[in-house]
Design a protein around this ligand. Sequence first.
Ligand code: DGP
Length: 114
Amino acid sequence: MSECLFCAIGTGDIPADIVFSDDAIVAFRDISPQAPVHVLVIPRAHHANAAELAAADPALAAALLETTGRVARQEGIAETGYRVVTNTGEGAGQSVQHIHFHVLGGRALAWPPG
Ligand code: DGP
């Protein structure tokens, strides 16, 4: 099994509550939701963060962003509003070193985030 948690979710070695998947991307519910809707969107391929993904595979980065919109529509938060967040590095709170977009919605979201 991969040592990377999200690689292992991508391969299915670790189960997740998957809301969308295709050959390159998996979207699944966050284990510790911070909003009524909290979905993580990841590529199956390993890239550490958004900047590294965009440099290595811009088409995949675009597909990942497109999937955040798909998830928002699917989860019924596209009209009410939602937030797409990706943390990079320890200071920003990145705890899993495999790029993931958080899709958050279903409640009022404060700005700026903490
Ligand atoms: P970040 O802190 O930005 O790296 O976000 C990592 C997120 O991953 C955090 O919100 C919790 C979530 N998470 C951690 N482990 C698991 C897991 O095993 N399954 C699921 N579904 N989510 C996880």
